[in-house]
Design a protein around this ligand. Structure first.
Ligand SMILES: [Fe+2]
Ligand SMILES: [Fe+2]
Length: 300
C-alpha cells in the first residue's frame, strides 16, 4: 500500500543516510517542479547492497517510491558496468560440476535443494535491478515491469529463506554457482539480448523444471515447500511474459523478426541447446510461440 507521505530510507551499505522524501499522491510523474531521485541510482543501490536483509528492504522501498511516482527516469550518464553485484560472503561460489549431488530423500538433501532455489532467487533480485540500472532510455512501462520483477524475486527469496531456517539451515550454508550473474554480464551490452536470454531462456527453464521439483518435494512430504514453489511458478510465468513483451518491443523498434532473432540468439548463446522437456503450457502462457518451442525442443 502506498501512503501519501512517507520517509524513503536510503540505507546504503556504504553510507548510512536517511533522506526524507515528501510524496504527493497526485504528483504528476513528469512534473519538473520537484526534483526527484533517479530510478537508476536507486536501482544501483539495490544492486550493490551485499546484505540480503538490506537488499530486501531497499527493494521494497524503491518499489514503493516508484509506484508513488517519486522517482525520475532522467539520467545524466550511462550506467557503469558492475562486474560483481552486492552479495554476502557466503554462499561459497563454485563451478556447477563441483556442486555435490544429494538425494531429496534426506533432510540435508532437501535443504540443499531449497538453498539452491533460494540462491537463484537472490540472483534474480540482482538481475531485475540490473535490467533497470543498465538499460536507460526505455519506456516507463519497462521500468515498472522490471521493478515489479525485483519486488517479486525479493518476496520469493524471503519465502524460501524462511523455509530454509525452519529446516535448521540458512542462506549461505551450502555452496552455489554463479551461472545467472555470468549470463547477466554476457548480455550487458544490449537489452534485446538480455530479454531474449535471461527471462526467455534462463527463467523460462525454471518453468520447465519446477513441476518436477514440486513432485519430488511432495514425495518427501514437504507440503510447505510445494506451496511456496506454486506461488513462485505463478509469478515466474509473469516474469517470462515481461521478457517476451520487451523482447518483441525491441525487435519491433529495430525492424527485426522476433522468431528468427530469438533463434539466432539462442544458437549463439546456448550452443548446448535445450535440456530436457519443456513445460509448453506455462511457456505458451508466457508468450512463446509454438514455433519457438518446437525450435528449442529440437535444438541441441
Ligand atoms: Fe523468482
Ligand atoms: Fe523470476
Amino acid at each position: 500500500m502506498i501512503c501519501g507521505c512517507f520517509i524513503l530510507i536510503l540505507s546504503r551499505f556504504r553510507q548510512a543516510v536517511t533522506i526524507p522524501v515528501m510524496v504527493q499522491p497526485d504528483t504528476p510523474r513528469n512534473s519538473s517542479l520537484v526534483p526527484r531521485p533517479s530510478v537508476f541510482e536507486e536501482a544501483e543501490a539495490c544492486l550493490r547492497a551485499p546484505d540480503p536483509d538490506t537488499k530486501l528492504q531497499l527493494t521494497r522501498e524503491v518499489s514503493a517510491a516508484w509506484r508513488a511516482g517519486a522517482l525520475s527516469c532522467e539520467f545524466g550518464s550511462e550506467a557503469v558496468g558492475l562486474s560483481e553485484p552486492g552479495r554476502p560472503a557466503r554462499p561459497e561460489l563454485v563451478a556447477p560440476r563441483d556442486l555435490p549431488a544429494r538425494s531429496t530423500a534426506s533432510e540435508v538433501g532437501r535443504a540443499a535443494l531449497i538453498h539452491s532455489i533460494c540462491h537463484i532467487e537472490f540472483n534474480a533480485i540482482n538481475l531485475a535491478w540490473d535490467a533497470v540500472y543498465r538499460f536507460r532510455d526505455l519506456p516507463e512501462a519497462y521500468y515498472t515491469d522490471w521493478i515489479k520483477v525485483a519486488r517479486e524475486e525479493a518476496y520469493h527469496f524471503s519465502l524460501l529463506r524462511a523455509h530454509l531456517r525452519h529446516l535448521g539451515y540458512d542462506y549461505g550454508d551450502f555452496p552455489a554457482h554463479n551461472g545467472l550473474w555470468e549470463m547477466c554480464l554476457q548480455t550487458a551490452h544490449d537489452p534485446l539480448v538480455r530479454m531474449a536470454l535471461v527471462p526467455r531462456v534462463l527463467e523460462a527453464r525454471g518453468l520447465d523444471v519446477t513441476p518436477g521439483i514440486m513432485y519430488k518435494l511432495e514425495q518427501s512430504e514437504d507440503a510447505n515447500a510445494v506451496d511456496l514453489l506454486r506461488i513462485i511458478q505463478r509469478d515466474e510465468v509473469g516474469h517470462v511474459a515481461i521478457g517476451t513483451r520487451w523482447f518483441r518491443y525491441l525487435c519491433e523498434q529495430r525492424s527485426l523478426a522476433p522468431e528468427a532473432t530469438f533463434r539466432e540468439l539462442f544458437n549463439q548463446y546456448m550452443p548446448g541447446g535445450g535440456r530436457g522437456p519443456l513445460d509448453r503450457a506455462s511457456r505458451l502462457q508466457a508468450g512463446f510461440t509454438e514455433a519457438e518451442l518446437d525450435y528449442i525442443e529440437g535444438a541441441g
